[in-house]
Design a protein around this ligand. Structure first.
Ligand SMILES: NC(=O)C1=CN([C@@H]2O[C@H](COP(=O)(O)OP(=O)(O)OC[C@H]3O[C@@H](n4cnc5c(N)ncnc54)[C@H](O)[C@@H]3O)[C@@H](O)[C@H]2O)C=CC1
Ligand SMILES: O=C(O)C1=N[C@H](C(=O)O)C[C@H](O)C1
Length: 261
């Protein structure tokens, strides 16, 4: 059986470097090279041993991968994905920041081209379970707040995981007036961002990787569902699964959970 030919966009980033190592270790995958406009540090010998392109379109035209994994930035991911789909390449997208409308547009393009793709805001199995458990709890405990905590270099807030969690909660939660109307924010933003009647709070600190708590409250009790990624290896089994399954999909699938059952 021929190996799946993979390129990694954002290869020089925190996630990209981890993905390159994972792909190189898997005998079913062939690493064709990376795409990243930044220069790898002197000690990043792995990246320098393989082709490293600065331009996404040029890389895809020249190498013709089966799958391109994207861990870049919210500013570039949509354009990258459109190029990949137009070139017949299946995208595995970990980059956050795509809106739901943009995912629908990409899905339309993927279906027109008969190509499978996946957008997963979180590739860690524990995070997928956290989101699912929160969705179940929301039906019975509609008073809820989300606190997500990440490293201080993160570009987007709230995190893609928090947004997806909020979308799942909003689907189940009956519409209630949470808290009261007379609240006054003395320090602007201290009550977080509002999503469909409940709050999301984003914490950014050095020392953190990726963490989230979903806290439900009811009379005399709280329920806290918490997930911690303590390193970026936590995302690799999910990314590996997506690379192997993406070409069997129809259109763009949103969330790793769709590959698990
Ligand atoms: N879905 C998931 O499980 C996870 C998603 N993420 C998301 O992945 C994204 C990347 O995160 P990090 O690796 O921490 O960021 P990072 O800043 O360390 O890496 C991003 C890399 O993309 C490169 N880049 C920028 N524009 C590019 C372009 N047009 N083509 C190719 N490369 C380009 C940058 O030079 C940089 O090296 C973020 O959106 C983050 O939220 C992060 C961790 C897990
Ligand atoms: O930027 C990160 O680090 C992460 N981003 C994703 C998100 O925005 O949810 C996934 C994970 O939380 C790590």
């Amino acid at each position: 059986m021929s190996r799946i030919r993979v390129m990694v966009a954002g290869a020089n980033g925190r996630m990209g470097r981890q993905v390159v190592q994972m792909v190189l270790k898997d005998k079913e995958l062939e690493y064709l090279g990376g795409i990243d406009p930044s220069f790898p540090a002197e000690n990043e010998s792995i990246l320098k041993n393989y082709p490293l392109y600065k331009n996404f379109e040029e890389a895809i035209i020249e190498r013709r991968p089966d799958v391109v994994v994207d861990f870049t930035t919210p500013q570039t991911v949509k354009q990258n994905t459109e190029i990949a789909l137009r070139m017949g390449v299946s995208p595995v997208i970990g980059t956050t920041g795509l809106t739901y409308e943009e995912i629908l547009q990409l899905d339309k393009l993927a279906k027109e081209r008969e190509i499978g793709g996946i957008v997963a805001p979180n590739f860690a199995i524990g995070a997928v379970l956290m989101m699912r458990f929160a969705q179940i709890a929301a039906k019975y405990m509609p008073n809820v707040e989300i606190i997500e905590m990440h490293h201080d270099q993160k570009l987007d807030a709230p995190s893609g995981t928090a947004i997806k969690t909020a979308e799942l909660i909003a689907r189940e939660r009956k519409e209630i007036l949470q808290g009261h109307q007379d609240e006054k924010e003395i320090v602007k933003g201290s009550r977080g961002g509002e999503y469909s009647g409940f709050r999301i709070h984003s914490v950014r600190l050095p020392g953190l990787v990726a963490h989230q708590q979903v806290i439900f409250g009811d009379q005399g009790q709280t329920l806290t569902i918490r997930h911690d990624s303590i390193n970026r290896e936590s995302f690799m089994p999910g990314v590996n699964l997506a690379i192997k399954r993406v070409r069997t999909l129809s259109g763009i699938v949103y969330g790793l959970e769709h590959l698990l059952d």
